[in-house]
Design a protein around this ligand. Structure first.
Ligand SMILES: O=P(O)(O)O[C@H]1O[C@H](CO)[C@@H](O)[C@H]1O
Ligand SMILES: O=c1cc[nH]c(=O)[nH]1
Length: 234
């Protein structure tokens, strides 16, 4: 048992899917895992372990933002022996060609957070996805007839910012979309010698102002879940 995860040693698989929303974790467990067992309810941050195509897989809600996923990723790796972490999240598009419900693979994650600036005394660390996982995700998407966008994303500390045009600074440099966790996930996985990647579904567009509902964000982004499960068992 760790401070934030009320599981016993061995309750959590070596591979964990991590949606921000704990109810998305429940949806994945109930719809894709065989014999799912809930191992965590501390702070309502649901975690489940079951099997997918015969492989043991866990799904753990990460909460929103860098501090929250930082806590769960750290405890999963250091206290429960997790080796592979796959974030399955929602994001807002920065580019006209990245449309609502499209899939984005985060090859790298820029940030406005000071997490790594603090850790590296003002110097820049480049948080990147595990190449093998990224390649498997790309192959799986291609087999399914899905064309993912692969590239740099922004992990922001701010959801409701002051400047409505701030995102354009990142868009100008080709950043695909914004979410709030990946830079921490990739950095922590690198430090602790685990493997990580993020798969996102576009839930809204800063370009067109289109949006999906919270219910859709919880339950309907199934293509990214299915790609993530194939990466998990590879
Ligand atoms: O849908 P999730 O995985 O929570 O991801 C995105 O949604 C939340 C903001 O609505 C942030 O956590 C952001 O990263
Ligand atoms: O962090 C996020 C997630 C989804 N959509 C956004 O605009 N921001």
């Amino acid at each position: 048992m760790s401070i934030h995860i009320g599981a016993n040693p061995g309750d959590i698989a070596e591979v964990v899917l991590m949606p921000g929303d704990p109810l998305r974790a429940k949806f994945i467990a109930e719809n894709y895992l065989e014999n799912p067992v809930q191992y965590n309810n501390v702070r309502g941050m649901l975690g489940f372990t079951g099997t997918y195509k015969g492989h043991r897989i866990s799904v753990q809600g990460s909460g929103m933002g860098i501090p929250s996923i930082g806590i769960y990723a750290h405890e999963l790796i250091t206290e429960f022996g997790v080796r592979k972490l796959i974030r399955v999240g929602s994001c807002g598009s920065f580019q006209p060609h990245v449309k609502i419900r499209d899939i984005v693979f985060a090859m790298s994650a820029s940030t406005d957070s000071s997490l790594n600036k603090n850790a590296f005394r003002g110097m820049d660390f480049a948080p990147t996805a595990d190449f093998g996982m990224l390649m498997k995700a790309y192959e799986t998407a291609t087999e399914k007839g899905i064309k993912p966008h692969v590239g740099n994303i922004l992990s922001s500390d701010v959801f409701y910012g002051d400047d409505p045009d701030e995102w354009k600074r990142w868009a100008k440099y080709g950043v695909l979309a914004v979410e709030m966790e990946t830079t921490a996930l990739y950095s922590i996985a690198s430090k602790l010698r685990a493997k990580a990647m993020t798969i996102l579904t576009v839930s809204d567009s800063l370009v067109t102002s289109e949006e999906t509902t919270s219910e859709e964000r919880q339950n309907s982004f199934t293509e990214m879940m299915e790609i993530a499960l194939e990466v998990a068992i590879s």
